[in-house]
Design a protein. Sequence first.
Length: 202
Amino acid sequence: MFKKINIFIGGSTDENISQSYYNVAIELGRKINERKDYIITFDGCLGLPYLVFNELDYTSRAIIYKTRYYNNDYIFKSGAIVHEFRHQSDFIRSILEISDAMIFMKGGSSTIAEIMYVIEAKKNKEHNKPIIILNVNNEWKELVDLLNSFNIKDVYHITDNVMDALNYVETQLFDNKASFNHYLQYSKRKAPIIDNNHSRIR
């Protein structure tokens, strides 16, 4: 059987989020649900990750990591798979082990720490997994400008479009035509998400 895709979802766990990111998080959850992929997140019943999680038809396709200090009855009753880390820093170091791809929405210092960790590891050739940053309405301009100043744009992908983000995940994970066609057959989809970007498939 073809491997399921585990997509790490990063983003603000603050309830005070912009309407633009609110809408994008819901769209992202719906599209991941349609594709029957799995999501991985940290303390996932808060903020943007929760909006993605809440769109899954089967919450058993969510893997939630938490610290011992975080408790939410909804998570435990939802059917999501829950694992515990002692500290958040332990989780950050494990992102690459448990995820096939990473999609980040705007967040605070914890989200930025996660982004910097996976980017630095990819720059140092410790992994080759897709890293996507959703910069909606250029609301995360400060971070994007900082990253672009490092001249390592080939390490990550910045977009404001959910479909483009998911298409990038697919084309990076299945970078030859045979494996991509195998994936399409397994996922019961007859075409890539975005046909006009199919040129990335060799």
